[in-house]
Write a protein that binds this ligand. Structure first.
Ligand code: DQA
Length: 142
């Protein structure tokens, strides 16, 4: 069975509280539950983690080498400036899928630039929590 690591960056632990008009009312726990249900249906083995710390996310990416087949990452605001996370994804040579709840291209100018996207197979954004489900399906297809 394909093994997928789902990584969540800073402030995603605040889902359900933060900017509900943008990110919705579901908590990250709710999303993990939905992902789990879908993963059971389509036959994916996954781990789900969140960190507010760049170095911890990088350590998780390094540790994924030889363990996971695909990375799904919502890097939060690190999307827009973390060359270190970008280099980590490039280094481990695991296919990665970038996901976002919101459509980063229709918001503030600074959000439309992702420094992570160029090292990913592709990007899914704008579908709310369904971006995670779409990411899972994309991982299954890789
Ligand atoms: C986000 C979009 C980012 O710009 C923002 O900093 C986040 C959440 C999203 O899922 O829509 O924290 O990654």
């Amino acid at each position: 069975m394909k093994k997928v690591l789902i990584l969540n960056g800073p402030n995603l632990n605040m889902l359900g509280i933060r900017e509900k008009n943008v990110y919705g009312v579901e908590t990250l726990q709710d999303i993990a539950q939905k992902v789990s249900e879908e993963a059971n249906i389509i036959g994916i083995d996954f781990d789900f983690m969140q960190s507010n710390h760049e170095g911890e996310i990088i350590d998780k990416i390094h540790g994924a080498r030889g363990v996971y087949d695909v990375l799904i990452i919502n890097p939060g605001a690190y999307t827009h400036y973390s060359y270190a996370i970008r280099d980590a994804i490039k280094a481990v040579e695991i296919p990665a899928i970038e996901i976002h709840l919101s459509n980063i291209h229709s918001r503030e100018e600074f959000r439309s630039k992702s420094v992570i996207a160029p090292v990913c197979v592709g990007q899914i954004c704008g579908f709310g929590s369904k971006s995670y489900i779409l990411g899972l399906h994309a991982a299954k297809l890789l």
